[in-house]
Design a protein around this ligand. Structure first.
Ligand SMILES: *Cc1c(COP(=O)(O)O)cnc(C)c1O
Length: 455
């Protein structure tokens, strides 16, 4: 171990105060509360500059799969690093990227064999939208420019993804610069611990039928997050909803874009939701868990039919003019390949199923059983625990997250909803610890500031 520098945290804290601007963070709150500097990670645990450890209940913003500092992933990364850290994929290829493409095609639905790389989830979605848009022009149907999206959707923070997203609180002010999208209400599904309390997709499908009857000829694509809208606060969809939507898109000649940036790679159970439901989308967007939380890498998978529409002589200008500098970075590709192999192994020998069962049991016991949370949603390795209604200004969710840190847990709140998203390899003991500390922190915060109504 390196010798302890007594004032280290103080020093970086001062620098953070002067230089840092953190994403999705009200910086006045950030300045007012004790700041935390994560220095290293080991398995599901994060260590701060003071040597305290915290369970990573947020999977480092929904990305971590095999824990931190995983020896296999490290070896894959170092092995690639010793060959080359980056080489462009604009007109060139590298074997690591090509091998990853084959691997991705093997886990994807059969028809998705073409892989277009980028470096984050927003870009993976932008690329799918632009490919769909350009496809219809190349296919002689330039009038197909419309897009359908779900209420509550989140697809990223760039202008294209904000346009199809519906995170009013995050993006509403930018709407004058966004392109229009037709909206379908998200279906209703209340499910936790394997128990379905409510499930209704009729209003969504009725609206979709209306829209398609009226506008299919001018609609390029429908985009959705299958099974769970993560950033909307873990809004679940009934199983089978995706299949219904997919069938309607297919019949209407409208591309289906699936954003599995969050739900992919075992997060909600299966490797990919589309394959689990037997749905073959026209575009599949992957990021977050793709590199197990190691490096920025994203992929947009599509069909041979889409790919072929872009072929032609150079001077026809049919090529897809989109590419980011670090697109398909080999370090990320090497880690992604190893990570997928490790997920496959966990699924094959039953470890993944055991983790899912332990997580579900803990949600039943602590989430529903504690009586602290009026609403609990859960599927796979994700859960949303809604705190009792309090005025926004009380910042109850933030207070619980800050309190949880004192008990060795990193948890993230979306407003007054606590989101639980652990690494896929979390152990039964760690799951117990996570929910124990989260309910304890919640109790402390709720007791300290009783509801103004006394309810
Ligand atoms: C996080 C997320 C994105 C955006 O990915 P970034 O890598 O943050 O750009 C897109 N879609 C979904 C469903 C996400 O959860």
């Amino acid at each position: 171990m390196t010798p302890v520098d007594e004032n280290r945290t103080e020093r970086v804290d001062r620098l953070d105060g002067v230089h840092a601007w953190h994403p999705f963070t009200q910086m006045s709150e950030h300045r007012a509360h004790p700041r935390l500097f994560i220095e290293r990670g080991e398995g599901c645990w994060l260590y701060d500059t003071e040597g305290n450890r915290y369970l990573d209940g947020n999977a480092s913003i929904w990305t971590n799969v095999h824990g931190h500092n995983d020896p296999d992933l490290n070896a894959a990364l170092v092995g690639q690093l010793e060959r080359i850290a980056h080489s462009t994929t604009l007109g060139l290829a590298h074997p690591t990227g090509t091998r990853l493409s084959e691997k991705l095609a093997s886990i994807a639905p059969e028809g998705l064999q073409r892989v277009f790389y980028s470096d984050n989830g927003s870009n993976a979605v932008e690329i799918a939208l632009k490919l769909s848009f350009q496809y219809w022009q190349l296919a002689g149907q330039p009038e197909k420019t419309g897009v359908i999206a779900l209420n509550g959707a989140y697809h990223g923070d760039t202008f294209g993804t904000m346009s199809v997203g519906d995170s009013g609180g995050f993006h509403g002010r930018f709407s004058p610069w966004c392109f229009p999208a037709d909206r379908v209400p998200a279906p209703v599904c209340d499910e936790a611990g394997g128990i379905v309390h409510a499930s209704d997709m009729s209003a969504s499908l009725a609206r979709l039928d209306e829209l398609l009857a009226e506008k299919a000829a001018t609609t390029a694509c429908l985009i959705m997050e299958p099974w769970v809208q993560g950033s909307a606060g873990m809004r679940l969809q009934p199983r089978g909803f995706l299949k219904e939507v997919a069938a309607r898109c297919r019949r209407a000649g409208v591309h289906l874009i699936l954003d599995e940036v969050f739900v992919g790679f075992g997060r909600v159970g299966p490797m990919l939701v589309c394959r689990e439901e037997g749905v073959e989308p026209d575009f599949l967007c992957l990021a977050k868990g793709l590199t197990a939380g190691y490096l920025p890498l994203a992929a947009t998978l599509t069909t041979e039919a889409v790919f072929e529409a872009f072929l032609g002589r150079f001077e026809e200008y049919k090529a897809f003019y989109h590419g980011h500098t670090f697109t398909g970075n080999p370090l990320g590709a090497a880690v992604a390949h190893k990570s997928i192999e490790k997920i496959e192994a966990r699924m094959a020998d039953g470890r993944h199923a055991e983790t899912l069962a332990a997580f579900e049991a803990a949600v039943l016991n602590y989430g529903l059983g504690s009586g602290l949370f009026p609403v609990v949603r859960q599927r796979g390795l994700l859960a949303a625990l809604e705190l009792p209604a309090r005025p926004v200004a009380e910042r109850t969710g933030l207070k619980v997250a800050l309190e949880a840190r004192k008990h060795g847990l990193i948890a993230r709140a979306l407003g007054d909803t606590l989101l639980v998203v652990p690494p896929l390899v979390i152990s039964s003991d760690e799951i117990e610890f996570l929910f124990q500390q989260l309910t304890r922190a919640t109790q402390i915060v709720l007791n300290a500031s009783p509801s103004p109504t006394g309810a």
